[in-house]
Ligand binder design. Structure first.
Ligand SMILES: [Fe+2]
Length: 202
């Protein structure tokens, strides 16, 4: 069965003014769609990928030079699915208690976590992502990855929050001001209830 572009879990204009309808029109409708289309074309031509889940394809194609095209598009499909779900209209604000307590325990405080997350995103050179990850030791940590890579591929660890720092995610609304985009993401866009629900599953 072919992979599909998931519908956004909110109206295209729902994240404005922090992320515009125009950004979502291009980012979701064009960029994410292109990853899905390319992934499906690879799967069509490679019997070993047919019937595999997206997680399986991400893991089995990572680090293999002859599967680089497969990985880039599968990774980006996986990353964007998480990204859309990690935002909501009127996001940001207070976190659910369980998540806040876990973040405070592992980072020393919510402010310290937010600084670490925004720094990871701002210092990812070129295209990539920053993440909040449940580490193998059960502790939360922040990381960053280039291009379409993600924690699932690199270590098998579970990301419970991801922010796209490719220029296509912020250039329409923020031009070159990636740090301003990261601040808006953390303070006004994140769906902390969704992040908390992933923490509960991890
Ligand atoms: Fe993107």
């Amino acid at each position: 069965m072919a992979f599909e572009l998931p519908a956004l879990p909110y109206d295209k204009a729902g994240l404005a003014p922090h992320m515009s309808a125009e950004t979502l029109e291009f980012h979701h409708g064009k960029h994410h769609q292109a990853y899905v289309t390319a992934l499906n074309n690879f799967v069509k031509d490679k019997p070993e990928l047919q019937g595999k889940s997206l997680d399986d394809i991400v893991k089995m194609s990572y680090g293999k030079p002859d599967m680089a095209g497969v990985f880039n598009n599968a990774g980006q499909h996986w990353n964007h699915i998480l990204f859309w779900n990690c935002m909501k209209p009127k996001g940001g604000g207070a976190m659910p208690g369980r998540l806040e307590q876990k973040i405070a325990a592992d980072f020393g405080g919510v402010a310290q976590f937010k600084d670490a997350f925004k720094t990871a995103g701002a210092t990812q050179f070129g295209s990539g992502w920053c993440w909040l990850v449940v580490g193998k030791d059960g502790k939360l940590k922040v990381s960053k990855t280039p291009n379409g890579e993600n924690p699932l591929a690199q270590t098998g660890e579970m990301a419970i929050l991801g922010c796209d720092v490719w220029e296509h995610s912020y250039y329409i609304d923020y031009r070159n001001r990636r740090p301003d985009y990261l601040t808006a993401f953390v303070e006004n866009l994140v769906n902390w209830e969704y992040v908390d629900s992933l923490l509960a599953k991890a």
